[in-house]
Write a protein that binds this ligand. Structure first.
Ligand code: ADP
Length: 727
């Protein structure tokens, strides 16, 4: 690579170099010549000295000029040389010296290029002619030979210099090219370095952003979880008094006879009805807020199973039909014939449909409501259309936002959460939701659920896993063998990356493990129908995890109770629990330290079972005394009471043979998981194929971290109520 040499300088450098060689050579030759001449022909010594001086002076001038004017330096040098030859030739009268002009032509060709060569040849020809004819009186043949010799030299020099110049030009071009390339390469390298630097910076910034995003995401998730816990706790606290309000107001409005036949005067009843409705609304609102926060925190379990969408649509329409007809609205249901089975969480999809239908009924004052269900491409589409007042265009964008009430003036009874929750439920099914509306021209709200992949057929229920929200092909399956169906959602809520299939007996477990290609079977050896779980017959790669599970049956078995109801207890729940007894109870002992709860339960029982004797007790000791003396057919027992608790009462009951048979229904403010927080028993993990050393170490590690880390307790989360939101 050539750096720092400009191509135009290359020729000058070469010429200068040649000139620098020619000067001393010329000077020495001239000197030798002069000496020779002086030795041989003394009479011409003056001319010889003049010629030598001329050569030396012109060389000196040329040397002085060369750095500033190269071409002038050459011209001076050539002129000096020519003049010296002319002087010599003329003085000596030697025709042979005329050949020296060829030397001049040669030097010009070497130093000045082809055009100058021809000019030099012409000049020298003229000189030969003049000197040859005038000074030397040469004959034409001799002159012709001299001139021919000169032109031959010129031609040869021209040829040689041409080659030289071509090579030089090529070299110059190459040098230029190489220099350009080098410059370009340098530029590109600089650019590449710049780009690399910015890339590095961008990468660092990206890394920082990713880190910040991760932190933000973690913080957001934490906030969501915190919010969900907070909402769960607050809603739990709110629901207890609220349920009392609902329970009492419901009794006053629906069963005034329970107040000794003294009905409320009608204005009071109207107000009581308003209290009842508002309390119900508040309760629905709490459920909605709870649902929303659970969805946001990713804790909303989805129990998707093969379901007939057409049937769900019909059921939902039937629920609102009476209401719609009462409002003189025509309800049309149009369902396409070939709706395939879909993987749905029926409760949630019914909840979505009920929300859309109740909205349509609520807001439409006259006209019709149409529900349509059909398949378009790879989606099942459901649309609810109404001829109602519509929604202002500017409000549509917040349709699916929480607390968005978009209507103009019409009823504002809703919470503004229905569409937001419905939207999220549809999304949890992998679907989408939309709303079209124009003020004065009705509203259409629809959703699409993707059809299952493959041939669109859903396998028959026995073979179907229960995929949850995050159902992905790489989620592995574990089978849970237990009667308590709540366990599936418990596991799904707390164990990531797996889907759980619940079966209720050993034979089904055996079949399901094989059909679902499960990696593990979880079973409870104390559970009657699962204690023979096919641990021994499991495929070699399936791990059997035997452990006591937190279930109602376990608690029932441990405490010897008939049922477990978590507060707030509704009338329906209580009556359903009582209905489990072999015969309707003739006497019931209600034990709770909250007198209001006792009064409500008592009122419900007295109204529904008028002949039943009810004992109301507010502490454990008194309860035990009544139990001993009055022998009630049923005890409704609160577990947590100051002093002698519900547990103490249960222990005392177990110890006394006379009381041991009395059925007990637990009414507890704490959830089942909380009540069964400490489960005694052992965990066994087995696999026919054995475990690798790594797996074994990881198992121990997982066990240790599960036992030592302060993970959130199961009890921290109040399981959301799968409820509907009729208007
Ligand atoms: P809400 O519990 O208040 O009904 P939604 O999220 O279901 O909450 O609905 C939000 C708002 O959207 C409603 O308050 C109402 O203003 C408007 N809206 C929803 N559906 C309809 C409809 N079919 N016709 C007119 N307005 C509607």
């Amino acid at each position: 690579m050539i750096h720092g040499v400009r191509p135009s300088n290359v020729t000058s450098d070469l010429v200068t170099e040649s000139l620098q060689t020619l000067w001393p050579v010329t000077a020495i030759l001239a000197w030798l010549w002069t000496a020779g001449v002086m030795l041989t022909a003394e009479r011409h010594s003056t001319h010889a000295w003049v010629a030598l001086a001329l050569v030396l002076v012109t060389i000196g001038i040329s040397h002085w000029l060369a750095p500033v004017r190269l071409w002038a330096a050459i011209a001076v040098y050539v002129a000096g040389l020519t003049a010296a030859i002319t002087i010599f030739t003329t003085a000596l009268g030697a025709a042979g010296l005329l050949y020296l002009y060829s030397l001049v032509v040669l030097i010009v060709a070497l130093l000045m290029g082809d055009r100058a060569t021809w000019y030099a040849a012409l000049g020298c020809t003229a000189l030969i002619l003049v000197i040859g004819t005038r000074a030397l009186g040469l004959a034409w043949p001799m002159l012709t030979a001299q001139i021919a010799m000169l032109w031959l030299t010129a031609f040869t020099a021209w040829l040689g210099s041409r080659r030289l110049l071509t090579a030089l030009a090529w070299t110059l071009n190459m040098t230029r090219e190489a220099q350009r390339n080098a410059q370009e390469a340098q530029d590109s390298r600089a650019q590449a370095q710049l780009a690399l630097k910015s890339l590095d910076e961008a990468y660092v910034r990206l890394e920082r952003t990713t880190e910040a995003l991760m932190f933000a995401r973690e913080a957001a998730e934490k906030a969501y979880r915190f919010k969900a816990d907070f909402v769960a706790n607050v809603s739990h606290e709110l629901r207890t008094p609220l349920n009392l309000i609902i329970g009492f107001s419901e009794m006053m409005v629906m069963a005034p006879e329970s107040y000794g036949g003294v009905g409320l005067p009608s204005p009071y009843r109207g107000d009581m009805m308003a209290i009842y409705r508002s309390a119900k609304h508040l309760s629905d609102l709490i459920n909605d807020v709870l649902d929303l926060s659970q969805i946001e925190a990713g804790r909303m379990p989805m129990h998707r199973e093969p379901a007939d969408l057409a049937q769900i649509v019909r059921e939902a329409a039937d629920i609102v039909r009476g209401w719609a007809e009462a409002r003189q609205l025509r309800l049309m249901v149009e369902i396409a014939d070939a709706l395939p089975l879909l993987r749905l969480d029926r409760t949630r999809i019914r909840q979505v449909l009920l929300n859309l239908l109740t909205n349509a009924t609520r807001f439409t004052t006259a006209g019709w409501i149409r529900v349509q269900a059909h398949v378009v491409d790879r989606d099942a589409i459901v649309e609810v259309q109404d001829s109602g007042p519509g929604i202002p265009r500017e409000n549509l964008s917040m349709a699916f936002e929480a607390f968005g009430q978009m209507g103009s003036d019409h009823a504002r009874e809703g919470s503004g959460l229905g569409l937001a929750i419905s939207h999220k439920f549809v999304e949890l099914h992998g679907g989408r939701m939309w709303i079209h509306s124009e003020e004065g021209h009705g509203t259409t709200v629809g959703f699409a659920i993707p059809l299952p992949d493959g041939d669109r057929d859903v396998p028959p229920p026995a073979l179907v896993r229960s995929p949850t929200t995050h159902d992905t092909p790489d989620r592995r399956t574990a089978v849970v063998c237990h009667k308590d169906a709540r366990l599936q959602s418990l596991f799904e809520r707390y164990v990531d990356g797996y889907q759980f299939i619940q079966v209720s007996d050993a034979a089904a477990a055996d079949r399901m493990v094989r059909e679902s290609d499960a990696v593990a079977l979880i079973h409870d050896a104390t559970e009657a129908d699962c204690n023979e779980a096919p641990a021994g017959n499991l495929p070699a790669h399936v791990t059997s995890i035997e452990c006591p599970l937190p279930s109602l049956w376990r608690l029932g078995g441990a405490l010897g109770v008939t049922d477990f109801l978590a507060k707030p207890v509704t009338r329906d729940q209580l009556l359903r629990a009582v209905a489990q007894l072999a015969a309707p109870p003739k006497s019931v002992l209600i034990v709770d330290d909250d007198p209001d709860v006792v009064r409500l339960l008592s009122r419900i029982l007295r109204t529904e079972l008028p002949s039943c004797q009810v004992f109301e007790v507010f502490n454990g000791e008194k309860a035990l005394e009544i139990a001993r003396t009055r022998r009630p057919d049923l005890i409704l027992l609160d577990l947590l009471m100051p002093g002698f608790s519900g547990y103490d009462l249960l222990r005392a009951r177990a110890a006394e043979p006379d009381l041991a048979g009395t059925p007990v229904i637990i009414i507890s403010a704490r959830s089942l998981e909380q009540e069964s927080a400490h489960i005694r028993g052992e965990v066994r993990i087995k696999r026919a194929a054995g475990f690798t050393a790594t797996e074994m170490v990881q198992l121990v590690g997982a066990a240790l971290s599960a036992l030592t880390q302060s993970s959130p307790s199961l009890a921290a989360i109040d399981p959301p109520l799968p409820g509907t939101r009729p208007g």
